[in-house]
Structure formats: structure tokens, C-alpha cells
Design a protein around this ligand. Sequence first.
Ligand SMILES: [Zn+2]
Length: 94
Amino acid sequence: MSYNCPNCQRVLDDRQLAHCSSCGAPIPESLRFTEEEIAARELMGDFQAEFERLVQLDKEWRDYFAQQTAERSGSTERRDDTEISNQARLTRRR
Ligand SMILES: [Zn+2]
């Protein structure tokens, strides 16, 4: 079912309006969103915004962890130190 202005027959692109956006004719309540529908739409909008915020947050965390991992993998020096001290111990044992 499509919703058209009873006066100019234009498709109502914003069914929250009480008047037609092109001719200004009053839109019958039966063609408009009910208060529940409007509330549901607003809720969905909030949810969408929250979801997008979480996605962004998730991306930031992933970047953060990627950075942390990169920093950790850069600490090969300590492993080299251990290898050297092991070698030194072996050399000493000889
Ligand atoms: Zn109209």
C-alpha cells in the first residue's frame, strides 16, 4: 500500500507530517504514522546511532590492540638476551 496525498496524489515521503509537503493539504490521520509508529521509528534511530557508535568503538579497540601486539612483538631483544645468557652458560660449562 502506498500513501499519497488525497489532494495532489503525490507520494507522502514523510508520513509524520500533518500536512502535505507539496500542496499543504491536511493529511488524514489514517495516512500518517501513528504515535506508536513514530516512537518506534525514533527508537530505531537511537538504536542505529548506538550501534554505529559501538562499531566505531570496536574499531578503536581493535586498532589499540593491534598497536599493543605490534609493541609486544617488537620486544625480541629480551629473547635475544636470554639466548645469549644461555649460550654464555653453555660456554661457561665447557
Ligand atoms: Zn498534496
